[in-house]
Design a protein around this ligand. Structure first.
Ligand code: 8YV
Length: 319
């Protein structure tokens, strides 16, 4: 019926920065597909949009149960949980929120590099725990400025990381699906050869099948006993069991990790390692950036239902 608000299914607990906008403009069904099978079956034929976060799962099985689905709007730059091939096959647009979070994720990558190199969390504990009084100075750490940085994935966020690292006088190299001739950084064809020539290896590729366990035991071995690994991409990009083993055995010196294979659950063996800096997937988690992401995720929905072009389709759906 004309004039009725489009019905939308949330597949994640929506950010409080996005929820009011969605509730005002649409009829929202909040994760009904998970909480009430009968109620979901009743409304599924009317669902015209799905909205979720960068970690949300939107599999083909769900898309196929929504015959009226027109758009999936992701509040996140990553959308590796969305079956985009199925969405395209069913004529469904998929949008995400790129660019607005580049600065935050790149800032965090540098923060994790510095924290892991200079052991900042351990330094804080050293003071608070009385070690400075009882044991004297902390053990010497590792210099970051002027070191060799390898970036795995040279998209918009990878380039933002490189720009920041240049300010630390770091020698920057990268690997990606292909070399980017316009960039002033050295290209190596794969993660293993890049790791062998890096002191810091920062992972910022998309998640999904194409990058699953890209960083494996061989790459960690190549990074070496002075090497530091940072992951601000997706937990799936690293073989987490191999990483824990490498950190326990000193195959690499340390790590700074913002993402994990089974969030929010982090292996106890990883949490027990003092030379590892851990963060709870906070890459884009500032008020300013999450507001921009929420606004963009909503604007994509609003544009679609106003009959206009969406602002930020995923590359597979882009025009
Ligand atoms: C958040 C992210 O986890 O943008 C992404 O892909 O990983 C982060 O920004 C989340 O997506 C925010 O909804």
């Amino acid at each position: 019926m004309t004039g009725q608000k489009p019905e939308v299914l949330a597949v994640a607990k929506l950010s409080p920065l996005l929820l009011p906008q969605v509730e005002a403009a649409f009829t929202l069904h909040d994760r009904l597909h998970e909480s009430d099978a009968a109620a979901f079956a009743a409304i599924a034929p009317r669902i015209r949009a799905v909205v979720g976060s960068g970690e949300s799962k939107v599999p083909a099985a769900l898309i196929e149960r929504l015959p009226a689905l027109e758009i999936v709007s992701i509040m996140g730059v990553g959308y590796d949980g969305v079956d985009v091939a199925s969405a395209k096959e069913h004529g469904v647009m998929v949008t995400h929120t790129p660019n607005v979070l580049n600065d935050d994720v790149a800032d965090l990558a540098l923060g994790l590099m510095l924290s892991a190199a200079r052991q900042l969390p351990a330094a804080d504990r050293w003071v608070r725990g009385g070690d400075w009084v009882q044991r004297g100075p902390m053990p010497l750490a590792r210099k970051m400025s002027g070191a060799r940085l390898g970036i795995v994935g040279m998209g918009r966020i990878g380039q933002a990381i490189a720009q920041r690292a240049a300010g630390f006088g770091m020698a920057i190299a990268y690997t990606a699906r292909s070399a980017k001739a316009a960039l002033p950084y050295r290209y190596l064809p794969d993660a293993r050869s890049l790791a062998a020539e890096s002191d810091f290896l920062v992972v910022i590729t998309p998640g999904g099948a194409g990058t699953r366990k890209l960083i494996d035991a061989a790459v960690l071995e190549a990074l070496g006993p002075q090497g530091i690994l940072v992951n601000v991409a997706r937990g799936s990009v690293i073989d987490e069991a191999a990483l824990v083993d490498a950190l326990e055995r000193g195959v690499i010196a340390g790590a700074g990790l913002d993402v994990f294979e089974n969030e929010p659950h982090v292996p106890e063996r990883l949490k027990a390692l003092p030379h590892v800096v851990l963060a709870p997937h906070i890459g884009s988690a500032t008020g300013q950036t999450r507001q921009a992401m929420a606004d963009l995720a909503f604007q994509n929905l609003h544009a679609h239902f106003a009959g206009q072009a969406v602002l930020t389709p995923v590359p597979e759906c882009g025009s």
